[in-house]
Write a new protein. Sequence first.
Length: 276
Amino acid sequence: MPYKLHVYLPKQKLLFCPIAKNGTTSWKHWMATLAVGQYTGDTHAFVKANLQIRATNPTVAQQALSNTDIFRFSIVRNPWNRIVSAFGNKVVHPDTYGTLQNALKLLTPRSVWKRATTMQEMEESIAKFTFRQFVHAVTSRPGYTHDAHWRPQYLYLGDVNLDFVGYFENMQNAVLEISRRTGLKVDIQCLNANAYTKEIRTTDSDCYCDVPIGEIRQLSRIPKPHEFYSEDLIECVGDYYHQDVQRFGYEYDKAPARAFAALALAFLAQNPGPAR
């Protein structure tokens, strides 16, 4: 169940519902630092072992989910940009074995992905595929079956009654609002961020959606999200993630930062949450 992944600090009366590819590493790092000060090792491993609800007893877990004194929050992201981000740093330039294997399972038959046992072999096996093929593979299966990094966002939240939903597109606003409503100093560092290219396109395609992964790897940086989209892919992603689009008020936009202010104000007006 999704609530088992939520991060809970009883002393600070704080519950975070993490959604992969939405700045989760940064928020987990902040909460781990709040909980114990300095810690060593991988942030995700530390949080999983010590701070996730599943690491607590059922009574404590129920309190975290139902106590009105607990401030519950999450961060959401534009679905069109989020899947490009996942494609960029989990498929094109993969940083974890498991997620790359999950992508390979999406795109190739069992006889192929079973033979690829190392990162290098998997990267070679996936190099011929494109963003278009990746999107079509993702959208052909139920959301709950997917790797965390392209799973629909609403599935993470379950029926948790959130006090605040922040937008990845304006993390500064989320930091200020959470600090104001909790009285805590929020120090968020930008961890695991994708670097997008500013280069002039050197392919013959109108966009990068049909450029093989192997060729994209030759670029110094990942193309910007809107450079991966044709009109049909915009519609395909929007239809598949329609619950995220509707629930959080998103729409496709080549310049999401410009469209963000009105979106955020509208959502906050409808979901003010209790003042703290």
